[in-house]
Design a protein around this ligand. Structure first.
Ligand code: FES
Ligand code: FES
Length: 224
């Protein structure tokens, strides 16, 4: 058995030995550890985007190529009313209205359409339907929004922005091209058919749109 080292010199020697051992251990550990490498930065190619949204010019802003419009609306403009549902172009919850130079309007799905597609275009989102006062407060809903409320057309409301936009595009089309009374039901079905409501609120949506179509002057041709 080795006698403990009682001298001051012996204690110092032991301390040095321990320090050397620790240093060697650390050196070995460092040698075994993988080298720390910086993650490469991800570089996006960008393109300028200028767009009119709900009557206001936005941009030009540099946005990454491939950025979907729904993400541009949410993350750049903080317009979160457009809903991301399926993200695959199926449910139509995410549509916005594009106002075309010829005065017509159409729905475009923003989950599968890049933001750059909208460069130079004029769009309306769900935030653009109601009238607001100078403080930004809603003072009057659009006719479609109002009838959806009166008919309790929605439950969770996730699909509602898409339905509002689809029905609005339909009403605007009927103002330009009135239909016969006998075509009302089939025309509404055709216009709303692509929109999925997971709460099965279809009937009340249809009833509300039908009421707007039948009570708005000029949308339905009287029989000859
Ligand atoms: S979220 Fe765009 S179609 Fe479903
Ligand atoms: S009201 Fe819930 S998805 Fe349509």
């Amino acid at each position: 058995m080795t006698a403990p080292n009682q001298t001051a010199g012996g204690v110092e020697a032991n301390a040095n030995a321990n320090a050397n051992a620790n240093a060697n251990a650390n050196a070995n550990a460092n040698a075994a550890a993988p080298a720390v490498s910086e993650r490469p930065l991800t570089h996006f190619r960008t393109l300028p985007l200028s767009i009119e949204v709900n009557g206001k010019i936005v941009g030009p802003t540099e946005v990454p190529v491939g950025l979907m419009m729904i993400d541009y609306l949410h993350e750049y403009l903080h317009l979160t009313g457009s809903r991301l549902g399926c993200g695959q172009g199926i449910c139509h919850a995410c549509v916005v209205i594009v106002d075309k130079p010829d005065g017509t309007s159409e729905e475009v799905r923003t989950c599968i359409t890049g933001a750059n597609f909208f460069h130079g275009k004029s769009i309306r989102t769900i935030e653009g339907h109601a009238k607001r006062n100078e403080a930004g407060e809603v003072v009057e809903t659009s006719p479609i929004q109002q009838k959806f409320l009166e008919h309790f057309s929605f439950q969770c409301g996730y699909c509602t922005p898409g339905f509002v936009n689809a029905a609005t595009v339909l009403i605007e089309r009927l103002k330009r091209q009135p239909i016969a009374r006998g075509e009302v039901e089939s025309t509404i079905t055709e216009a709303l058919n692509a929109h999925i409501c997971r709460c099965t609120g279809y009937v009340r949506y249809y009833e509300a749109v039908k009421e707007v179509v039948l009570t708005t002057p000029g949308l339905v041709r009287e029989a000859a």
